[in-house]
Design a protein around this ligand. Structure first.
Ligand SMILES: Cc1ncc(COP(=O)(O)O)c(C=O)c1O
Length: 368
């Protein structure tokens, strides 16, 4: 049996058809009325003042760094265990990503390690709410405030996540979301930057559209990072479903937890008591059990498991450029080797979840 990781749910199908027909008939395909409507809807849901829709989560992060004035000579603190885009955008801005090890329980940036990574060139911190798990924003914001650093949240997988009753993405100078199909809501490809700062939002809007300002003047060397109307139609159609999808994800995560609790070496991602994870992915750490062979074994059994994510210091480009060794970031390295993502999406049939949990349990119960 094959279990899909993709999310099939795109909101009310007849509404979606109406919205897409409307776009096609209007002949206006890029950054128009529906993009503005999606921005307003997302801003309202998140409780933020400004939202700027873009073409991907990577674009959201890249623009945020540039709009915060980060460039050559600057350093940005990023977690060592994250998707490559988090560090790549810092390189692309001409700055240096300085890796900081993560907490092996929450899988997020360990705030206690930030201070030691500071230099006179440090300009920003980019915490990641990994797999939807809210990062420790209180400690991160306190340190950033003390040293005058910008905080740019990589909330790529955290639409719907909340830390202390505030939406992830709304804590820092800018919060960046991805709407790739593996995320809670998807626009195919797409992203969003949110901020409380109207001047920052203006810079973001300019940079996403070739540097063009509201008065029609080209004020900067910008990009084409615009969102299409078709993408916005998809996003708009899912916004009314977010609460239901979040509730379902809590139930699915609880179902996995009850079935997998107590297996040898297995630890769940720790979510703080005052936080809500959107569970973009359900990722466990299984100490002593290398994930790549385990993923291959599970796939052979028809279970679409995967590794969690990447350790930046292990990626060829970064290892070569900065001379990293695997042991430089021990917690990130441990998670890179021992994390396993189980099939997890809204609408996953209960028997499929059961089969996945049992397939893993069978493999862990035997000799390690
Ligand atoms: C933590 C993190 N940051 C950034 C991105 C990049 O988002 P996108 O694929 O929309 O460019 C991803 C994508 O999965 C991600 O997981």
């Amino acid at each position: 049996m094959s279990i899909r990781l993709s999310k099939p749910w795109l909101g009310d199908p007849s509404q979606l058809k109406r919205r897409l027909d409307e776009v096609l008939e209007s002949g206006f395909l890029v950054q128009g009325r529906l993009v503005a409507e999606f921005e307003a809807g997302a801003a309202e849901w998140l409780g933020v003042r400004q939202a700027v829709a873009v073409s991907s989560g990577t674009a959201a992060l890249h623009l945020s760094l540039l709009a915060c004035g980060i460039g050559p000579g600057d350093e940005v603190l990023v977690p060592a265990f994250t998707f490559p885009a988090t560090a790549n955008v810092v390189e692309l801005a001409g700055a240096r990503p300085v890796l900081v090890d993560v907490d092996p329980e929450s899988f997020n940036l360990d705030p206690d390690r930030l201070e030691a990574a500071l230099t006179p060139r440090t300009r920003a911190i980019m915490p990641v709410h990994l797999f939807g798990n809210p990062a420790e924003m209180e400690a991160i914001l306190a340190l950033a405030g003390k040293h005058g650093l910008a905080v740019i949240e990589d909330a790529a997988g955290a639409f719907g996540s909340r830390g202390r009753d505030r939406a992830c993405g709304s804590f820092g100078a800018a919060g960046c979301f991805s709407f790739h199909p593996r995320k809670l809501i998807t626009t195919g490809e797409g992203g969003l930057v949110v901020t409380g700062d109207p001047a920052l939002a203006d810079r973001l809007r300019r940079l996403r559209n070739h540097g063009l300002d509201a008065a029609g003047a080209f004020q900067a060397a910008g990009f084409n990072y615009r969102m299409t109307e078709l993408a916005a139609a998809l996003g708009l159609n899912q916004l009314p479903e977010v609460d239901r999808m979040l509730a379902e994800r809590q139930e699915l995560a609880a179902a996995y937890r009850s079935r997998l609790a107590g297996l040898p070496g297995l630890a769940f991602q720790r979510v703080a008591g005052d936080s809500l994870s959107a569970w973009q992915a359900f990722v466990v750490r299984i100490d002593g059990r290398e994930n790549r062979p385990l993923v291959a074994e599970l796939k052979r059994a028809g279970v679409e498991a995967n590794i969690g994510t990447y350790a930046i210091h292990r990626l060829d480009y970064y290892a070569r450029k900065y001379g990293y060794r695997p042991e430089d970031y021990p917690n990130a390295d441990r998670l890179y080797r021992f994390c396993l993502a189980l099939p997890f999406y809204n609408g996953i049939p209960a028997p499929d979840l059961e089969v996945s949990a049992r397939a893993l349990a069978d493999r862990l119960a035997g000799p390690v």
